[in-house]
Design a protein around this ligand. Structure first.
Ligand code: ADP
Length: 206
């Protein structure tokens, strides 16, 4: 499924993120950028050893939770990999919501900095880091849609969900979001012949 956000689009698909044809693929990394299991393992496996060489050389300190760093994408068809470190779920009172939103935002900052038109995300933190899927979907999709509404370069964010459970949860949340379609609006008000700008008054009672 997809939803339009202004001129841009959020798409949900079920599948394997390593097979996506997009400018940048987001990896759910750990803060040591050391490689791991889950989506991280699949991405390193598909992209090849040049990625770990690059993270060791360029980011020897790793990457703090709530942020992301970029590398090339090795054998993947994308141009870049964004290694993003989401929070470990500790019950919800340790700043997880803010940290997850910050992780997603950091990836969108990188997408802008690298002039990407399309980015694919996995459901960050929802595997080994045990973030509940419904809450992760809310934080992730709200952050993405807010940014996409105002984005010039970035046209497509594709969430690649692994399995029906994740796809179902993300779909429910995406359907429920109140998205502002800004495509008919410019600074100073509405434009376009299909937009009725007459002020609405209550009809006089007869
Ligand atoms: P984290 O440590 O951030 O929780 P995981 O890799 O354990 O990261 O899981 C994040 C999400 O990625 C989970 O929902 C998991 O099912 C999913 N996932 C695992 N492999 C892939 C893949 N090849 N493509 C897309 N998503 C994947």
């Amino acid at each position: 499924m997809f939803r339009q956000v202004g001129r841009n689009r959020i798409e949900l698909v079920q599948g394997d993120i390593t097979r996506q044809q997009v400018d940048a693929i987001v990896n759910a990394a750990n803060s040591a950028l050391a490689g791991g299991g889950g989506v991280d393992g699949a991405i390193h496996q598909a992209a090849g050893p040049s990625i770990l060489e690059e993270t060791r050389r360029r980011y020897p300190e790793g990457c703090p939770t709530g942020s992301a760093v970029a590398t090339r994408a090795g054998r993947l068809s994308a141009k870049y990999l964004f290694h993003a470190v989401g929070p470990i779920w500790r019950g919800g009172t340790s700043g997880e919501d803010e940290l997850l939103r910050s992780t997603i935002s950091a990836c969108l900052d990188l997408a802008e900095a690298y002039s990407c038109e399309s980015v694919a995300f996995p459901a960050i933190s929802t595997g080994a880091y045990r973030y509940p899927l419904d809450l992760a979907a809310q934080a992730t999709l709200e952050t993405i849609s807010a940014r996409l509404a105002a984005s010039e370069n970035l046209k497509l964010v594709r969430m690649v969900l692994f399995g029906e459970g994740a796809y179902g949860q993300f779909s429910r949340v995406l359907e429920s979001l109140a998205l502002t379609d800004v495509s008919n609006f410019r600074e100073g008000g509405a434009v376009g012949s299909d937009v009725d700008s007459t002020p609405k008054r209550p009809l006089p009672s007869e």
